[in-house]
Design a protein around this ligand. Structure first.
Ligand SMILES: C[S@@+](CC[C@H](N)C(=O)[O-])C[C@H]1O[C@@H](n2cnc3c(N)ncnc32)[C@H](O)[C@@H]1O
Length: 339
């Protein structure tokens, strides 16, 4: 059986050529739009889960963001490290790690997980662990942007054999993709055969199997909730204003990191437009024992509705706030505060 680190090992060599036409700049525009529209925190520090060759890492770094990219494939990360030698506004940090278990011990303003990285997490456990990793590195009110294969589109269109041919310098790269679908597990196994030709001579042939899970909106919504996110938006990949349909093979989902009980309180109160909601860490009140005096629910109401004049506005988290940044020992995220 292929191990996780072997997936993308050979494929990495042809990855930049195969995806040379992918418009990462436009995708970074999309990320910035989502942050402007949904994030309740200013975005400066970004964590890219499954960053691969750094398709988003480098455009974001050149736009001035402090970016950390994480990937479990040494071959993909090597491609990113190669690019990291170029001068940039802010040099990104690149880490070799599995995003299911990653704990960097610091908080970010936004987490992204782009180009079907979530679909590579094929079990519920793997997916939930990955979502918890995202939540773990965010403070309440920060956003998580991801995309994945969309079940209704995969089932309607059905994966089919495909051939893609691109130039890579003097070589020609031909990729043959042969998928098979497991409708019980919601997983498509794509067998890739990549041929590299120099003139008419075959100089390399590699094979890799990629297992990709497709998801449905309610299951993503539920798993996001379990990880401590509210699903705030669901659209065709990179198209904020459009509705998803069975034509949307790839969809984007935007989750907002919540402090579970606060959002619960918000929902049960006046249904304010979502954009106007504010989430504040309320741990300071717990610390002073106000909860024990029975005042906590009143204070929470004031906090959630933004009426209290005594609260600081949402601020950038520090490590002193705890590992989630907000200090919100978020039970939904399943993470305990580490020392
Ligand atoms: C299709 S590539 C996308 C790379 C990059 N996000 C982009 O948009 O170009 C998927 C990447 O996710 C990485 N990946 C998948 N599962 C992972 C995991 N559990 N931990 C770390 N990296 C993972 C793979 O190694 C691969 O580099």
């Amino acid at each position: 059986m292929t191990s996780h680190t072997e997936v993308f090992r050979d494929y990495a060599r042809s990855y930049p050529a195969l995806y040379h036409d992918k418009n990462y700049e436009a995708e970074c525009d999309f990320l910035e739009h989502t942050w402007q529209r949904f994030s309740l925190r200013p975005v400066k520090r970004v964590l890219d889960l499954g960053c691969g060759a750094g398709g988003h890492v480098f455009p974001l770094a050149s736009r001035g963001y402090e970016v950390t990219g994480v990937d479990r494939s040494p071959a993909m990360l090597d491609l990113a490290k190669e690019r990291a030698r170029l001068p940039l506004a802010k040099a990104p940090r690149l880490e070799l790690a599995d995003i299911q278990t990653l704990r960097l011990g610091e908080a970010f303003d936004a987490v992204v997980c782009m180009f079907a990285v979530l679909s590579y997490q094929t079990s519920n456990e793997a997916l939930l662990s990955t979502l918890r990793t995202a939540r773990h590195h965010l403070a309440a009110g920060a956003s998580f942007v991801c995309d994945f294969w969309y079940g209704p589109a995969v089932l309607k269109q059905q994966p089919a054999d495909r051939i893609k041919e691109v130039r890579d310098g003097d070589d020609r790269v031909v990729r043959l993709a042969s998928p098979s679908i497991d409708t019980e597990a919601h997983v498509v196994t794509v067998d890739y055969r990549v041929l590299r030709l120099h003139g008419s001579t075959l100089v390399e042939e590699t094979r890799e199997s990629h297992r990709m899970r497709y998801f449905f909106k309610p299951e993503i919504e539920l798993l996001m909730q379990l990880a401590g996110f509210e699903l705030r938006h669901f659209c065709p990949f990179g198209q904020l204003g459009q509705p998803v349909s069975q034509e949307s093979w790839n969809v984007s989902a935007i989750g907002l990191a919540i402090w579970g009980r606060v959002i619960h309180a918000t929902r049960n109160r006046r249904q304010r437009p979502a954009e106007q909601r504010r989430y504040f860490p309320v741990h300071a009140f717990d610390t002073f024992g106000i909860a024990r005096l029975g005042l906590l629910s009143q204070i929470r109401r004031l906090v959630v509705e933004g009426r209290s004049k005594f609260l600081e506005p949402v601020r950038r988290p520090t490590l002193a706030d705890g590992i989630d940044g907000s200090g919100d020992r978020n039970p939904a995220a399943g993470d305990s505060v580490e020392a």
